[in-house]
Design a protein around this ligand. Structure first.
Ligand SMILES: [Zn+2]
Length: 285
């Protein structure tokens, strides 16, 4: 992706080198996670089928917001700058798309952290993976995830990371348009298996929205050769079936929450081809 020298978002909050605040964590566990909102958040954070329980397991952190000077390596700073440009592109593009439908786009914030972070959805560690918290309209990303994409998921390249950011922004779009709330309302009224199916549709919609974003990046002339393949490779690598096969050697389709590799690639690509919200209804397809 062509990004050097371009506008960086002013909505990026640098929390690197700070451990998560832990003063009220006991209260958090019961309060935020116990409610319906907490439960929906757990669905959203688990982009990679990671363990949402990691949100709950940080009670041992006791010192709130310990400030340690953070010295980024040149590579880390480059990734920080890259993600800031990607985030700026999501702002410009979603403003345009929302305007074309007569809506106002409210920009989310992006929090870059190391190790662990406090969000309105609770304390999360890096192992949670990138997530979006509807409770504070912020994305949370530990940039070491870029390395994980490359090493663990064999999905290298800057645009693989851009896809992950765009997917999380997709969850913000879903929140603004009321989809998140609808999914939240379904919880408790259907079986777990059925709920998982809604969760898959919800996640595929975020992939579609990431594809819509990529369409506009291409339209602005910033897409480079190989970028689309990088995003598709990442979508393939983080499919539920692929992750389960690697982790346990077999797949349990009823437990899928994000969709198969094929579904994730297909919906990202559909968004990429469409470039708008016209075919975004993943729930009735
Ligand atoms: Zn997601």
């Amino acid at each position: 992706m062509r990004w050097e020298g371009r506008r960086k978002s002013s909505n990026v909050e640098d929390r690197r080198g700070r451990s998560a605040g832990g003063g009220g964590l006991g209260g958090f566990g019961g309060k935020a996670i116990g409610g319906g909102l907490g439960l929906i958040i757990i669905i959203i954070i688990a982009l990679l089928g990671g363990d949402p329980g990691s949100l709950l397991g940080n009670n041992q952190i006791t010192s709130p917001d310990t400030q340690v000077p953070y010295e980024a390596t040149a590579d880390e700073q480059e990734m920080f700058d890259f993600v800031s440009v990607v985030f700026a592109d999501t702002e410009d593009i979603w403003h345009d798309i929302f305007n074309s439908y007569g809506y106002d786009y409210k920009e989310p914030q992006l929090v870059i952290f190391t190790d662990s972070v406090q969000s309105a959805c609770g304390v999360a560690g890096s192992s949670t993976g990138p997530f979006y918290c509807p409770g504070d309209n912020k994305l949370y990303i530990d940039l070491s995830f870029y390395q994980e994409l490359k090493d663990r998921f064999k999905a290298p390249g800057d645009f693989a990371m851009a896809y992950v950011v765009a997917h999380e922004v997709g969850h913000h779009v879903q929140t603004l348009l009321g989809v998140t709330e609808q999914l939240n309302n379904i919880r408790g009224q259907v079986s777990q298996t059925e709920y998982n199916q809604y969760s898959v549709r919800f996640e595929l919609q975020a992939d579609y929205l990431a594809g819509v974003w990529a369409n506009h990046v291409q339209g602005m002339g910033y897409l480079e050769e190989g970028d689309l393949e990088e995003a598709l490779r990442a979508a393939n690598a983080i499919g539920d079936d692929m992750i389960q096969k690697q982790a346990q050697g077999y797949v349990v389709p009823d437990s899928f929450t994000h969709g198969t590799s094929e579904q994730r690639m297909r919906w990202f690509y559909k968004g990429f081809q469409t470039g708008n919200l016209d075919q975004w209804d993943t729930f009735n397809k």
